[in-house]
Design a protein. Structure first.
Lengths: 100, 494, 500
């Protein structure tokens, strides 16, 4: 499978990365080079093989239903949450107006 | 007395404990080296006051007769992938410019708890994507090493933990944190002649570490020798309930159990790692490494890891796929850069912010990752790659029936000149060919310096162990270290 | 089971509507799905947001076990298959209410598989029109934050308080064929969730909302292309959306157009649906297993504990009320429709039976009638002045015991109840001091009857000649003479004895 500039544009739009035509054109051969190389995986016989789900055998641990048990994963930290925001007003993050 | 900055973790720790020198003297000496090492571009942010505060705490504790913490008095460098409270953290990307975390990563918090101090934040490949530290938004890191041809070509320190490698090797810090997704601790360690270990996936918490590829990312130490790696890994590792993939196991006392006696151990030599085009010097060092391990009592056996060839292509599907999703949060809403062209709506803002904020290699990987996950391609690429990954892990499982650890070169080349591979992403990716399989299988793996090549540049040897068996990896590393007698170090030119 | 006959009449003939619902129900939990922040409703903006919920760099999710437990209990309540192996997947898209740039959800391996909900279309006759609506799956996922559009001229404001709150998405099969069926399905689902306690079902606050999938077809033909109207937050709106959307689609199709598979938004003020611009190109979600989370594996013990913790569910309860307590199908259905109603009924039933020293079955009908019609009637008339605190099971049981024992008439019971609600005074004391008691003194009643029969000898003649209706006249006269305080049952008995 190889990509053309139309596909690259579509992918860039899905990934929300603005690209001008020159950037798109430059990426087409680069991506095709990489994709052509990874496609050798198709040679591998994977019949009966499950995709890997856990790198190291381990079971999913869960948390108890306790509010603010650990300050590092607790709520009530609005100042910390907003501290780095490019735009924060009245306790909200501000973004360009969205029309739904 | 020798220069304090020639010392490693153990020597500093013991010296402070014994009162040979104060922790403040240590911190001041390294702060000075950091300040004088700007040409290496290893440090992005210098935090001398942090190092001094930790040092003073250590000195005070000693004066009070208290027992000193395991790394009390040892200042270290912190890779910029670790979020550090109140200290700018950017992952070396413009998209995080200005970001000052309001929280401390678990690993760095563990280190501070162990008494370590921070000299500063270390340069790296942008979002840890790179093998030469040339993708940083804040300039290349320069290796302290020079070829012995009398020229002064700037060499790559390897990547992505290039700042860590350069800083430790250049004696700007006695040790530094690294992270390893597909070789990012081991390959730079090899390039600059230091030691580094990536532990078993899940040993070090990922909480507070800027994510690249979640199923692969592991933090680890980079230091002068194996003992220092053991001490520092012990301080970094540990169960963290905030990371659902963290291993709920006690941290072994690796330092105390260090032993270079490998009697009864079998070391596997994977035949698939003999790759065409590998420089003869690297294969010769590999043979020498096997000899050293035999000398330490180990039995050497040839093994087969049949899917080795497919590890790198599988990695370059899985890691970008995860990264494309992990990096979606950099959107200019809650932190970091925001680009808002005139009249731009929300989605335009995202596209402009990410176009400005991400460097070319990061964009390339996000594009690959987005593509391989997109409708119609998911199974052909991602699912296939995860199946191949299962096979790669199975290769190792089968190998463990024949051996206890595996010896291989760390990288297929010595350090290359900055710019030499920058135009060919694929050639750059291939530099991690020996490192990636252990990453895909989540296994502990370490690089130790083995010798110099004809250009006078360091070469590393890699030991891969069974899951959770960091001890065997460290022990084999120690056996090599004792026999390799690697004492070479770069001359100070900066 | 009967087929739906709901049809849209178009110019080209009748159209059938096909409806599937994806109901998002907020799982009742103290903390969020993957962080320790509170889920409480109505807090100041961004105060219930942890670093994890704001997707700060390096933050990681750790699942809340209670949310998993509630999803499993819900699945068990729907007789659905519980998947011992499930996974969390990432659904990738960019939006300001989605800080991670992906929603953690479950696509490939949901926690709950196939189940079924039995829905009655006629509340008064719950066994007459019954539909089995298939549930395809239930999965667990994160809720998004909230965007405020009208607080600033050029900006939208983002509040992440809801970001990361646990939801169950309950996906039905496209088994519904009319707005009534869809409404009944939502109500029944809500009832079950409330019984189970896995969701409070509060649609106004958004803890339950439906994505309404609608398509139309000529009866017997293949499914048409569907549209999905998002986040509809009341039963009435669900039904309106179906009507509007079905009619719109019929109009489009009959005008020769095609239905576009798209996401739409319901505007209740204008009662119309419109295409959602913001979701236009979001169709490639690039789902993949979340590498921050291992597979979710449930043990048999965990599932057994979930099962053991389930209460009696509405269908089982309704059947038991009919068979064991002898209630009418209608009463049983109404009493069991909501967990709260059933719980109150059962408390009063116990209290009443104890007070009267009788079995539950002997007083069940009395309690049901009181609870469903008499008591609510009095409450409704009072409304503002009634103090809820006074409406205790003990007070109600005391009134019912007096009625049962014959010392208080039905009318007096209502008057006593009214005073109880207003003042909280003791029911028996009220009956005594307010003269709200009827007499069962046979002698006194008999004396009055004698007088009445004497003065109305002509009517007695007519009655005996076969004019049965006059019996009521004698009862009325006696009650009047007794100033309404005679036990009507005894009046009846005595009159019968004299006249028949
Ligand atoms: Mg939906
Ligand atoms: Zn959903």
């Amino acid at each position: 499978m190889s990509v053309d500039s139309k596909t690259v544009k579509k992918i860039a739009s899905l990934a929300r990365i603005h690209m001008d035509d020159a950037e798109v054109e430059a990426l087409v051969p680069e991506l095709n080079n990489i994709l052509g190389w990874v496609e050798q995986l198709g040679e591998v016989d994977v019949s009966g093989v499950e995709p890997m789900t856990a790198v190291i055998p381990n079971t999913l641990r869960m948390r108890d239903d306790i509010v603010d048990a650990d300050p590092l994963t607790a709520g009530g930290v609005r100042d910390k949450v907003l501290a780095n925001a490019p735009v924060a007003e009245h306790g909200f993050f501000g973004v360009p107006k969205v029309i739904e | 007395m020798t220069d304090i900055t020639d010392l490693g973790i153990k020597a500093i720790r013991d010296g402070v404990r014994e009162g040979t020198f104060s922790a403040r003297e240590v911190a001041e000496a390294f702060n000075a080296n950091v300040a004088g090492g700007k040409e290496l571009n290893a440090f992005l942010v210098e935090t001398p006051e942090h190092a001094l505060a930790a040092a003073d705490a250590a000195d005070k504790a000693r004066a009070a007769g208290e027992e000193l913490a395991p790394m009390a008095g040892v200042p270290i460098g912190m890779k910029d992938l670790f979020c550090t409270e109140g200290v700018a953290t950017t992952a070396c990307s413009h998209i995080l410019e200005g970001f000052v975390p309001t929280y401390e990563s678990t690993v760095s918090a563990n280190l501070w708890k162990a008494g370590a101090g921070m000299l500063g934040k270390l340069n790296m490949d942008q979002f840890a994507m790179g093998s030469s530290n040339e993708t940083s938004a804040f300039g290349n890191v320069i290796s302290p090493w020079r070829r012995n041809d009398g020229g002064n070509t700037d060499l790559a320190p390897g990547g992505s933990s290039g700042g860590s490698a350069s800083a430790v090797s250049g004696r700007l810090c006695p040790a530094a944190t690294g992270t390893d997704t597909g070789g990012s601790i081991r390959q730079p360690a090899a390039f600059v002649g230091i030691s580094g270990i990536k532990p078993t996936y899940g040993r070090c918490s990922r909480w507070g570490v800027v994510a690249f590829a979640s199923s692969l990312d592991q933090a680890g130490p980079m230091a002068h020798d194996v003992t220092d790696c053991a001490i520092m890994l012990q301080a970094m590792a540990g169960f963290d309930p905030k990371d659902a993939t963290s291993l709920d196991l006690p941290v072994p006392d690796w330092e105390s159990a260090l032993s270079s006696d490998l009697k009864g151990k079998r070391v596997g030599i994977p035949k698939e790692y003999r790759i065409d085009g590998t420089p003869a010097e690297i294969n010769e060092l590999w043979d020498k490494g096997a000899e050293w391990l035999r000398d330490a009592g180990a039995e050497i056996v040839e093994i087969s890891l049949p899917h080795t060839k497919y590890a790198l292509p599988a990695y370059y599907i899985i890691a970008p796929a995860e990264a494309s999703s992990n990096l979606a949060r950099y959107d200019g809403v809650r932190y970091g850069k925001r680009e808002l062209p005139d009249g731009a709506g929300l989605q335009d803002m995202y596209a402009a912010t990410r176009a400005e904020g991400f460097g070319p290699e990061v964009k390339r990987r996000i594009m690959i990752g987005t593509y391989v996950l997109s409708a119609g391609f998911y199974d052909a690429y991602y699912t296939q790659a995860q199946k191949v990954r299962t096979l790669i892990a199975r290769d190792f499982e089968q190998a463990w029936e024949q051996c206890d650890m595996i010896l291989a070169p760390t990288a297929p080349s010595a350090a290359f000149g900055l710019g030499e591979k920058a135009d060919d992403p694929l050639a750059m990716y291939l530099n991690d060919v020996f490192a990636v399989p252990a990453s895909l299988a989540g296994l502990p793996a370490m690089s130790v310096p083995g010798g110099l090549d004809g250009q006078g540049l360091p070469l590393g040897l890699q030991i891969v162990g069974k899951a959770l068996d960091e001890q065997s990896v460290l022990n084999a590393g120690l056996a090599i270290e004792q026999r390799a007698g690697f004492t070479a170090r770069p001359d100070k030119w900066w | 089971m009967t087929e739906s006959t709901y049809r849209i009449q178009g110019a080209t003939g009748d159209w059938e509507v096909v409806i599937g619902l994806e109901v998002h129900a907020q799982i009742t939990s103290n903390a969020k799905l993957f962080s320790g922040a509170s889920t409480e409703f109505g807090a100041e903006p961004n105060t219930q947001v942890s670093l994890v919920d704001a997707a700060m760099p390096g933050m990681l999710p750790v699942p809340n076990q209670e949310c998993v437990r509630q999803a499993v209990r819900t699945g068990l309540a729907l007789n659905a298959e519980i998947h011992k192996y499930s996974r969390f997947d990432r659904k990738n898209y960019f939006y300001a209410d989605l800080p991670q740039g992906y929603q953690i959800s479950q696509l490939y391996h949901p926690i709950v598989g196939e189940g079924v909900i039995e829905v009655a279309l006629d509340e008064k006759d719950p066994d007459s029109e019954v539909r089995q609506i298939g549930v395809e799956r239930i999965h667990i996922e994160q809720d998004a934050g909230k965007l405020m559009h009208d607080q600033h001229p050029t900006m939208s404001y983002v509040d992440l308080n809801r970001s990361g709150v646990a939801l169950m998405e309950i996906v039905s099969r496209p088994d519904m064929r009319s707005p009534v069926e869809a409404g009944a399905y939502v109500k029944k689902l809500r009832s079950i969730l409330r019984y189970v306690g896995s969701c409070d079902g509060n649609m106004e606050q958004g803890s339950m909302r439906a994505d309404v999938n609608v398509s139309v077809r000529k009866p017997g033909e293949e499914f048409g292309t569907r549209t999905e109207t998002k986040n509809v937050n009341s039963v009435r709106f669900v039904q309106q959306v179906i009507e509007i959307e079905a009619n719109r689609q019929v109009d489009v199709l009959e005008a020769g157009g095609e239905i576009v598979q798209e996401t739409r938004l319901y505007d209740p003020d204008r009662n119309e649906t419109r295409s959602m611009r913001s979701k236009e190109d979001a169709h490639d979600y690039r789902y993949f297993p979340d590498p921050d989370l291992l597979p979710l594996e449930l043990t048999d013990d965990f599932i057994a504990d979930c099962k053991a913790s389930l209460p009696e569910l509405p269908d089982a309860k309704r059947k038991r009320y009919e068979s064991e307590l002898g209630l009418t199908a209608y009463n049983a259905a109404v009493l069991t429709a909501e967990a709260e109603t059933a719980r109150a009924f059962e408390v009063l039933l116990k209290e009443t039976a104890a007070k009267q020293g009788k079995a539950d079955t002997e007083v069940a009908t009395q309690v049901a009638n009181w609870s469903l019609s008499i008591a609510p009637g009095v409450q409704k008339a009072l409304e503002v002045t009634a103090d809820h605190e006074n409406n205790t099971p003990a007070a109600n049981a005391a009134i019912l015991a007096m009625v049962s024992g014959g010392s208080v008439s039905g009318g007096q019971a209502k008057e006593i109840y009214e005073i109880v609600l207003k003042t909280g005074r003791d029911a028996e004391e009220i009956a005594d001091t307010e003269g709200l008691k009827q007499t069962s003194d046979t002698g006194a009643i008999e004396a009055e009857i004698e007088k009445i029969l004497e003065t109305n000898a002509d009517k007695v003649e007519q009655y005996k000649a076969g004019k049965d209706k006059l019996f009521g006249f004698f009862v009325g006269q006696t009650m009047k003479a007794m100033k309404g305080k005679a036990n009507p049952q005894i009046v009846n008995e005595l009159l019968r004895k004299k006249l028949d």
